[in-house]
Write a new protein. Structure first.
Length: 461
């Protein structure tokens, strides 16, 4: 097989400030370094009213609300003869209802698509479900970062198990070091440092951790809680700095100003790793169970930091076998008690740190890139180029719920023509009777059933 030569990644990109931008940038860099002769590019999503000084790796920009940009991006990718497109999907970064504009781009691509789902909703709205199902149909493979994501795709969205890959969130490959040197450099020498980093928003549970600090200080008088990160840009746009100001007011109310430090900045990777290196305990007090992945958790785990966390999905999977501690959601007393236990027990804390570091070695970006490259090769091997009857920015609306007609490892999962991206639907002999009475939507990109020979095989997308 001819090696892969050109790969494009679609998603937010630094210097845009969000977790997806950081992930897309890091994944692109890791993939580009995995092969000497590989050409890679980013197609960057740009939010309304913003302009970013993107690096040369960003070859094309899409303004998320401009549907014509999605069409032009597809034409750019096709003309550039990219071998694979890797789509980073998260709700809120694509235009249209439930992000439906991305379907315009996918409908025009001729190369295989591998989609990474950063969130998989257990209870999607009808429109969210429809968009996700059509993205799945347009993808040769889909990737999630936790086994919970595989479970939801399989059970809620009826995605065949052999189409799903679980690849852990990547982490920097850095040496296992103590915290004292970094504390001295950052001005926290002699302190027991608890750290949370990331863009501030109400679902992060920072207020719960602040309420836990007085109980921690009773047992560890030198404890300091460092909150590193700017307020989420969307929150600033809608509410200003009201959330941060409320947190600071709570700190003053508790009289713990000397023990809570807010660092309002978006830091580069080197600075971030320095802050993680200095902490004694990392805490993710998130309030929402339905968080399938957390880059902040992955990074701190990868640097071998003891983690105290609420039991959201990613934390439950990662913090096993003594690599961390789980506490109930919104329980300041429990969080405070577990953090104080770790800060006052050096032997236990250091053992947890070593276990976390050892367990994370297969999560380095180098390993993650190799996993993605393997998935890309598999996707290309099974891909048959799409042939369009027409290219049109219009997309068909759903005409009813998806239903399974066949599903097996050697056959396929078919649906009504409501999911008209799927070559499986109109080419599967079993499904053909189901769609014979279905009116073909005017803007459907696929040939009408009458153009398909009776002997045409059922194909995987």
């Amino acid at each position: 097989m001819t090696p892969l030569h050109r790969i494009a990644v679609i998603g937010n990109s630094l210097p845009r400030r969000c977790g997806i931008a950081t992930f897309t940038t890091d994944l692109h860099k890791a993939i580009s370094m995995s092969r000497a002769d590989l050409e890679t590019s980013i197609v960057a999503m740009t939010d309304p009213g913003q302009a970013y000084d993107y690096p040369p790796a960003v070859a094309f920009q899409i303004k998320d609300g401009h549907i014509d940009d999605y069409m032009r991006a597809a034409d750019f990718l096709n003309a550039g003869r990219f071998d694979i497109v890797c789509l980073q999907h998260e709700f809120g970064i694509f235009g249209g209802e439930a992000g439906a504009h991305i379907l315009v781009l996918l409908s025009r691509l001729t190369m295989p698509v591998v989609t990474t789902f950063h969130t998989v909703l257990a209870r999607p709205t009808a429109k969210q479900r429809a968009v996700v199902e059509r993205i799945v149909d347009a993808s040769s493979k889909v990737v999630v970062m936790a086994n919970k994501g595989r479970e939801l795709l399989r059970d809620v969205y009826l995605v065949p198990d052999d189409k799903i890959e679980v690849i852990a969130h990547g982490i920097p490959d850095v040496a296992f070091v103590g915290s004292d040197a970094a504390k001295a450099r950052l001005g926290f020498a002699g302190k027991s440092v608890i750290l949370t980093f990331g863009l501030l928003s109400p679902n992060k549970g920072i207020e719960v951790m602040i309420d836990a600090m007085p109980s921690i200080m009773k047992r560890c008088t030198d404890a300091v809680y460092v909150v590193l990160g700017a307020t989420h840009p969307n929150l600033v746009r809608d509410q200003g700095e009201a959330y941060r100001e409320g947190l600071m007011a709570r700190v003053r109310e508790l009289g713990i100003q000397d023990h809570v430090v807010f660092l309002d900045r978006f830091v580069d990777l080197a600075t971030l790793l320095e802050f993680i290196s200095m902490c004694d305990v990392y805490v993710t007090p998130y309030l929402n169970e339905a968080q399938m992945t957390s880059g902040t958790l992955a990074y701190s785990f990868g640097l071998g930091k003891p983690v105290v966390s609420t039991p959201y999905w990613h934390a439950r999977e990662l913090l096993t076998e003594g690599c961390g501690v789980l506490v109930p959601f919104g329980d300041a007393a429990a969080i405070g008690g577990e953090i104080a236990n770790l800060l006052t027990d050096d032997v236990r804390r250091q053992a947890m740190s070593r276990r976390a570091y050892a367990a994370s070695r297969m999560m380095t970006w180098e390993c993650t890139a190799e996993r993605y490259m393997s998935v890309f090769e598999t996707a290309r091997h099974g891909h048959r180029p799409r042939v369009f009857a027409r290219s049109d920015m219009g997309l068909p609306g759903l005409r009813g719920p998806r239903r399974r007609i066949c599903r097996s490892a050697t056959s396929c999962r078919c649906a009504t023509m409501s999911a008209c991206f799927s070559t499986r639907c109109i080419r599967c002999p079993i499904a053909r009777t189901a769609i014979a009475s279905t009116t073909m939507p005017e803007h459907c990109c696929w040939p009408a059933p009458s153009t398909i020979r009776a002997s045409s095989p059922c194909r995987r997308s």
